[in-house]
Design a protein. Sequence first.
Length: 155
Amino acid sequence: MHDFRRALDALTAFPAELQRLVAGIDDTQAHRMPAPNEWSVVEVIGHLIDIDPLQIERVDRILAEERPQFIRFDPNEAVVAAGYARRSLDDVLAAFIALRQATVDGLSTIEPDELDRVGVRYTGEVVTLRALIVSFAAHDQTHAIQIRAALSAGN
Ligand code: NI
């Protein structure tokens, strides 16, 4: 239960962390690609917007089905298809913050005895609901590091 609570707290706190991370960044910086075919800051936030509903869908399926197999997801394809590169930093940031609130509201209804239910990743790896949420929180942090790197690459 403790690792789940800690992950949920981290997921809840992340929008404020993200806001601090991009505070004072203008749209030129936010749209700069750190390297060819590497996401700009706006695209990284767009990717986070893509992931929240995907995780909620996985959670819902773990709760409703026995060992559901998750669908294949191509992060790059999704970011391009959504056209995040054409949106402003303020726009994607506001969209993510609103979405994350809905996500944590949804996750907070998970009961302790549901945390050992499992799903199956596209790769075949079996993952508990607890591990899915813990890795979801860790995913935020990998992209926070990516944003820091993208911003320092531009300076
Ligand atoms: Ni990612």
